[in-house]
Ligand binder design. Structure first.
Ligand code: GLY
Length: 581
């Protein structure tokens, strides 16, 4: 099918014009304001793709899908066709949907596939190369969302991405720097496309991706071909040639899951969150349930007392994450128990306001049958950390009040670093989000239990936390971030900034972040923004402090409850951009 009708040519012209227009808002101390609609993402061109589609008559779902495909072009570090994600939708009529298009383990995957004959983890096997990839879900998820809830044709929605790939876009300093990634050089197709075979791209150069443009055109013309058809065949051939496991049958068997979001409340606000196979919604709500018992406002924003209690809540929620969470289609997850406010109250009793707990010594309070759940993480196997990496989040609200919160990923920056030959897109390394070996931390340093062991057709546990918050039953915030396990605590930091401390959405995104993930037993703190006194007081309470790591990327929207204005909170840490009208 050709995409050259008159209306598309007009849309194309509109896009070219709009790409030249100044953004409605840039990262600053104040939120970006828009009367009717807003798109916020890590990349200006990703946000503008969504805005263009809104202006062409699309709704928030059309815009989110336009932004998603555009980010696969302009932010290949994490935007993707070869990865997976979660899309949380709240339509203006109040109906909610959670599309799970997380990657699945190929049929040939086995529990010990990344262990050597002695049972030791083979270094980097789940991180780099064809064998690290799960069956990608992003194309299926975005196409399904657009078909079910969008208003435009898929070809219109994908046109901005196609044009960006075909005509190119100007590389920022960060892109040129990231493209020098040494693991991209290990795979000839990635080296050719992203590194010009060693003649590295520089900031300010235009980066064109003809193979990716062609793949996008083929998806726009026939989206099913990515899973059952010529594209699927080409993907499977490229993977087989590189020694990977994904077959044509794996692609044909891939299915998007429409799941029930998890729900909670925090100080009267309603939270709609990501259910398993994400740990995000449960860990977020569990931590907030624990914190609801404290008057944090009185203790002060970013005071040592508040940080201490919050870190203790994070520690406990992440401890439960390790033991209980995984793919709900493979194991029973005790969701109601973990979200029970009485369970949070029982956890609260173990928190000393003056002294840090020790992660290796915390004990789960007796609650219902939680300790009867089979296969908790063997306490003797609990060890320490490696490095966190990349994912991306975008938020959209349209003029009618439809809201979409999407977090999507290749897992590491550039995923497995493998580009599918001739197709122009990177494949994920999501298999590392499984517990490759019980008790051994993954790339984010997360310890995970048997609920997240590898099995054919299973989805790896995620921390992605697309979130929607309601106030008095009305849309109030659309939140999310990348950052591995720091996703969950970043969303908590931002949400609490607004709810507990009365910050604007922009101030809450800007505010210095802190994180605890149970193991390693330390509070990770952003380098800038905490006072030396606070740091000293936290040390005095017995906390180890760690000032390293990647500090995520909150790309969020709030609604002014009086005027209905859309307020963009975008992250200056990563040049995020809010645009609207
Ligand atoms: N790969 C990052 C996540 O899903 O949490």
């Amino acid at each position: 099918m050709k995409i050259q009708s008159k209306s598309l040519i007009f849309l194309c012209l509109a896009i070219v014009l709009l790409f030249g227009a100044p953004p409605a808002g840039a990262a600053s101390l104040k939120p970006a304001h828009a009367e009717k609609a807003m798109v916020v993402s890590v990349h200006e061109l990703g946000s503008k793709a969504g805005l263009d589609v809104l202006k062409a008559g699309g709704n928030a779902v059309d815009a989110a899908v336009a932004t998603g495909f555009a980010l696969a072009v302009v932010h290949p570090q994490a935007g993707n066709l070869g990865g997976g994600g979660f899309m949380l939708i709240r339509m203006a009529d109040g109906s909610t949907h959670f599309l799970d298009y997380r990657e699945k383990a190929p049929a040939a995957a086995t529990r010990d596939m990344y262990l050597d004959a002695k049972g030791n983890v083979i270094t980097d096997a789940s991180l780099y190369g064809y064998k690290a990839s799960g069956v990608p879900g992003s194309v299926a998820g975005m196409v399904m969302a657009q078909k079910r809830w969008g208003k435009l044709k898929l070809q219109q929605v994908m046109l901005p991405a196609i044009l960006l790939a075909k005509n190119g876009f100007v590389l920022a300093y960060e892109d040129a720097r990231d493209f020098k990634d040494k693991h991209l050089s290990d795979f000839p197709e990635s080296k050719r496309l992203f590194q010009r075979n060693g003649d590295f791209y520089k900031q300010g150069e235009t980066f064109k991706q003809p193979e990716l443009a062609r793949t996008l055109e083929r998806i726009a013309a026939d989206p099913s071909s990515f899973y059952k058809g010529a594209l699927a065949h080409e993907i499977a051939v490229a993977v087989r040639k590189g020694g990977g496991l994904i077959t044509e049958k794996d692609l044909a068997d891939y299915e998007v899951k429409d799941r029930e979001p998890v729900r909670g409340t925090y100080r009267g606000y309603e939270i709609i969150g990501a259910p398993p196979p994400s740990s995000g919604g449960i860990a977020l709500i569990e931590a907030l349930n624990i914190l609801e018992g404290y008057d944090l406002k009185a203790l002060g924003n970013r005071s040592a007392a508040t940080i201490h209690l919050t870190a203790e809540a994070f520690r406990r929620a992440m401890f439960d994450r390790a033991d209980f969470l995984g793919d709900p289609d493979f194991s029973k997850i005790p969701v109601p128990e973990l979200l029970d406010k009485k369970y949070a109250a029982a956890w609260r009793e173990s928190i000393d306001p003056d002294k840090s707990s020790l992660s290796k010594e915390i004990h789960r309070p007796a609650f219902k049958d939680l300790d009867q759940v089979a296969g908790l993480v063997d306490p003797h196997l609990r060890t320490e950390i490696r490095e966190p990496m990349n994912t991306t989040h975008y938020s959209v609200v349209d003029a009618a009040g439809n809201a979409v919160s999407v977090t999507t990923t290749l897992n590491d920056s550039f995923g497995s670093h493998v580009t599918a030959e001739g197709l122009g897109f990177l494949l994920n390394d999501e298999m590392d989000d499984f517990a490759v070996k019980q008790g051994v931390p993954n790339t984010y340093g997360l310890i995970q239990g048997p609920a997240n062991s590898i099995a054919a057709g299973k989805r790896p546990l995620s921390a992605m936390t697309p979130t929607i918050v309601l106030k008095d039953g009305k849309l109030f915030m659309v939140l999310g971030s990348p950052g591995g396990p720091r996703i969950i605590t970043t969303v908590a930091n931002i949400l609490m900034g607004v709810v507990d401390f009365g910050l604007s959405i922009q101030e809450a995104v800007n505010a210095p972040r802190f994180h605890h993930q149970w193991l390693p037993d330390s509070i990770a703190m952003e380098k800038v923004g905490f006072s030396p006194d606070t740091i000293q007081l936290l040390s005095n309470k017995g906390h180890k402090l760690d000032f390293s790591g990647y500090w995520s990327d909150g790309e969020c929207i709030a609604i002014d409850q009086k005027t209905g204005e859309r307020l963009g909170g975008t992250d200056a840490r990563n040049n995020g951009k809010a645009v609207g009208y």
